[in-house]
Ligand binder design. Structure first.
Ligand code: BT5
Length: 255
């Protein structure tokens, strides 16, 4: 991609018309030894995925559906941090490039006014405790009109075109995303997670909010009060105790 001012991310950029999932393509390239920072971007995904095998709606040429291969020297326990690094970079880039007030919802959503505009799916390959590679998949709704979303999503999602009231050119936006992703990725590696967490807290729109937590084991209500220094969500429940959530689903609850 011309005009890219990054030094690692996107220097090897593969553009594909149609794939099942850019994450699957990225994992394949990573296993074959592609360089760190390789980016796979597709016009459409026929099997775009969210977490737990959920479907990710990826209409042709209307969004940025892409994945990045990363090889950070980290242990398995630190991998949730990558989702938070990615979220900070994406929300920052969206705000800077379009003026749309993107915010973060733990752990992997970017919201605008409570509606999901972007989802992040980090997948990894590890041996024992060591990460071989990670794939950070990003799905950002760019030029999708409200009536083009599937009916079950129409009221809970949005796009940059809807929010900004104008067509957004995807190439300059991708360039801006990669620049911020590279900046935050290197900041995380060089300065540690605390620097990322500061920014993450400023951009999170669901702290101090009433939430319902769904984990594999249980469902409970409480208030999302903070994240700890590992990135786990801290939820204060009705009896005053604080639960630490490493993985799971959080929905916002009306009071
Ligand atoms: C996510 O999962 O939010 C992660 C989505 C990651 C997508 C990217 S696209 C590039 C790369 N390649 C892939 O195959 N995936 C990644 P989760 O938190 O589980 O949310 C999934 C839910 O979001 C679905 O069940 C829907 O309710 C909703 N959803 C589906 N498509 C959407 C869209 N385009 N915009 C907003 N919400 C959507």
């Amino acid at each position: 991609m011309s005009g890219l001012s990054t030094s690692v991310l996107g220097l090897n950029l593969v553009h594909m018309e149609e794939v099942a999932s850019t994450n699957a393509e990225a994992k394949k390239l990573a296993r074959e030894g592609c360089p760190e920072g390789t980016v796979i971007v597709a016009e459409t995904q026929k099997g775009g995925k969210g977490r737990l095998g959920r479907v990710w709606f990826s209409p042709r040429s209307r969004g940025l559906w892409f994945s990045i291969v990363l090889r950070p020297p980290i242990n398995l326990v630190d991998t949730p941090q990558v989702t938070m690094v990615t979220a900070v970079a994406v929300a920052t880039a969206v705000r800077e490039h379009t003026g749309v007030p993107a915010g973060i919802k733990w752990p992997n959503d970017i919201l605008v006014d409570g509606k999901k505009i972007c989802g992040i799916l980090v997948e990894l390959n590890a041996e024992m405790d060591c990460v071989n590679f990670l794939v950070a998949g990003i799905g950002l709704n760019v030029n999708i009109k409200k009536n083009e979303f599937p009916p079950e999503l129409a009221d809970i999602v949005t796009s940059l075109e809807i929010e900004s009231g104008q067509h957004i050119y995807r190439v300059p936006l991708l360039r801006c995303l990669l620049q911020h992703l590279e900046k935050w990725y290197h900041r995380w590696l060089n300065e540690g997670f605390a620097a990322v967490l500061n920014k993450w807290r400023q951009m999170c729109v669901t702290l101090d909010c009433p939430v319902t937590v769904h984990t594999i084991k249980e469902t409970y209500s409480g208030y999302a009060v903070d994240v700890d220094d590992t990135g786990a969500l801290l939820v204060r429940t009705g009896d005053g105790s604080v639960q630490r959530l490493i993985a799971g689903e959080v929905t916002l609850r009306k009071q």
